[in-house]
Design a protein. Structure first.
Length: 368
């Protein structure tokens, strides 16, 4: 689907280490895809244990997971909204992604220099967020100035733009991102907001880069606790990882990982939680196709109807959509495949209005 999550943060907080770990993580099977589109863009698999369970039934020739893009965005410095440092590059890259993960340093290490000469993740987040707010403020102020001129024409859209932009200017001035703005509930309001393409309107979550010792006792890490409190106040997800440890895990052969993870007190790499958080933040869901050739995960949006989901496989599937034969993945595994689910009455024939569920195993019927 081409959706991407931008990794942002101040310099030396572990942002690039995290991205490199995502980029180099060896897949559990040789045919799991990973590719680098350009030096700072990686396509990363979405971990999903259901694929292996489905494959136990069909014993396919290959397993193909779904994936999302992560983008390593240049480190930000104060004044980025004015072009300071790599500010223009930073802001243009953020504009191109669909969601943001802010990485903040939550560990003490005298050998790693912090750009602000202090370890304060809440302050780090505030610095990045405020720079984005200042850039958005320019955009909203321009829209407000235009709306005030055009409102004299009695345009309801321009009147609405004034009603939205005036309080939004105040909010951004206070360093509060646009995604927390209480927008009037109407299609017209959503259109006004969407057309401004604000950086801080993008969904966001936080990654706390902690030391290895903190992974099994996060509440003892005051930096993590402070960042978690901030995330909770915004209703934003937070994931704790040790980027340095994740880099080591990524370099291991898959067969050696379980023992290494156990020694660190982990059940799975922290990267898995980062990928899943990004996937969920983008409001995506996974459905499956399962046959002898392949067991495959596909991505569509939450709320998608069957023809829209079918287009994820091929646009012809949507154009010529006839019906969808749908089985819940747990039934597929428990009963032992499509034919047995059909016999047990667990295969449903669904039409164009069917809303997809995360976990559906689907066979689309179409004719073009």
């Amino acid at each position: 689907m081409g959706l991407s999550v931008g990794i942002v943060g101040l310099p030396n907080v572990g942002k690039s280490t995290l991205f490199n770990a995502l980029s180099t993580a060896k897949a559990e099977a040789a045919n799991y895809p990973f590719c680098t589109i350009e030096p700072n863009v990686g396509v990363v698999i979405v971990p999903d244990e259901r694929l292996a369970e489905l494959d136990k039934v069909v014993k396919a020739d290959r397993i193909v997971p779904t994936a999302i893009q992560f983008v390593d965005i240049a480190g930000l410095v104060r004044g980025a909204h004015k072009g300071e440092g790599l500010g223009n590059q930073f802001l243009s890259h953020i504009r191109e992604v669909d969601a943001i993960v802010q990485v903040a340093r939550c560990f003490e290490d005298g050998n790693v220099v912090h750009v602000e000469n202090k370890v304060d993740p809440v302050s780090d987040i505030a610095t990045v967020t405020y720079e984005l707010c200042l850039k958005d403020l320019e955009t909203v102020q321009k829209r407000l100035d235009r709306a005030r001129k055009l409102v004299k024409t009695n345009s309801p859209v321009e009147k609405l733009a004034v009603e939205i932009c005036e309080p939004l200017v105040e909010q951004l001035n206070n360093g509060i991102p646009a995604r927390m703005f209480k927008l009037p509930e109407s299609n017209e309001s959503a259109t006004v907001m969407r057309e401004m393409q604000l950086l801080t309107a993008k969904p966001a979550f936080y990654v706390a880069n902690v030391d290895e010792a903190s992974l099994t006792n996060l509440e003892a890490n005051p930096h993590y606790v402070a960042l978690a409190k901030l995330a909770a106040s915004e209703g934003a997800p937070i994931v704790a990882v040790c980027a340095a440890l994740e880099a080591q895990i990524a370099e291991l052969d898959p067969a050696d990982r379980p023992e290494f993870l156990a020694s660190a007190g982990l059940k799975e790499p922290g990267l898995n939680a980062v990928v899943r958080a990004g996937y969920q933040l983008l409001k995506l869901l996974t459905f499956f196709t399962a046959g002898k050739v392949e067991v495959r995960a596909w991505t569509t949006f939450k709320g998608a109807r069957a023809p829209q989901a079918a287009a994820s496989i091929h646009t012809d599937f949507e154009k010529g959509f006839i019906k969808a034969e749908v089985i819940w993945w747990e039934d597929f595994v428990r009963l032992g495949g499509e034919s047995k689910c059909r016999d047990a009455g667990k295969l449903a024939i669904e039409g164009k209005e069917y809303v997809m569920r995360d976990g559906d195993v689907v066979h689309f019927r179409f004719n073009v």
